[in-house]
Ligand binder design. Sequence first.
Ligand SMILES: [Ca+2]
Ligand SMILES: [Ca+2]
Ligand SMILES: [Cu+2]
Length: 328
Amino acid sequence: MNDETSVASKGNCCSVGSAAPASNDERYMSAALAVAPAAPEVRAELKARLKPIPGGFFEMGTRKSRFPADLDSPRRRVKLSPYLISPFTVSNADYARFVAATGYRTVAEEEGWSFVFHLFLGEKARAWPGPPGLEWWRAVNGAYWAAPEGPGSDWTGRENHPAIHIAWYDALAYCTWAGLRLPTEAEWERAGRGGLANMKFPWGNVMQPGGEHRMNTWQGTFPVENTAEDGFVGTAPVDAFPPNGYGLHNMTGNVWEWVADRFGPPDLGHSPLVDPQGPKEGMARIQRGGSYLCHVSYCDRYHVHSRTGNPPDTSTGNLGFRVAGDPD
Ligand SMILES: [Ca+2]
Ligand SMILES: [Ca+2]
Ligand SMILES: [Cu+2]
């Protein structure tokens, strides 16, 4: 990682990436794939937590994009085989269990730093400059999943919150251990829609039905005043808010979630697209669902079609993942 921002993160997204990830790609990729597998009974236990999603057709993407550089348009027909996906993002307790079993070190630990949102830091660190156009981030030495706000912080009381500061490689490493995989982008979006067609949110088209908050985003004036009307200043527990029609929690809001695919334009050469895997080339990987930092004033990427892309060594305090698998 370095402190320049990626092309894909331009357009004022709450997410931020690095600019020269290719130099370490081989090292991080091999480390993630070299992780020892968990015992068969642990793998069976982790797989049993996943929910089955039926195969079939759905419409992916949005008709008209607010952020054309995100390439979340046009809407197109996709056909998927049945698959399994976790109702929750991987929690701190889950990730701690993986690290205890394998000794895996995350990219943030290897690089020595990660991006932390400025309001979670002391006055001195808040005064440091942030990356251009993304001034709310601070590169904090010693920040990583188990010290989410840097040295001296820990996740006590947040056992059931999403593991954050997770690079794409770190998510892959967990999957290697668990015998599972990241969802493809199409799988993520079908799951996020919860069986509803052409809606903006996992529950429908109204952001706050009856005035009620249904996800964890930002309320107030970004990035200086967070009124946390939804109950959460930072991450929320992975099971906060009611699930969608497929029984899945926090598909929008809370934390950005890595998916398997490389970032690029959708393949419009076939209709329907059948089990699409995304572009073959490109360094950036896709993130879905938005986070607790998303706000309509600059980054309303909290819709079921929203996406962004960042290099796979990107690590931030609003970035995690959920796992998927294949039916037996
Ligand atoms: Ca919130
Ligand atoms: Ca999410
Ligand atoms: Cu955002």
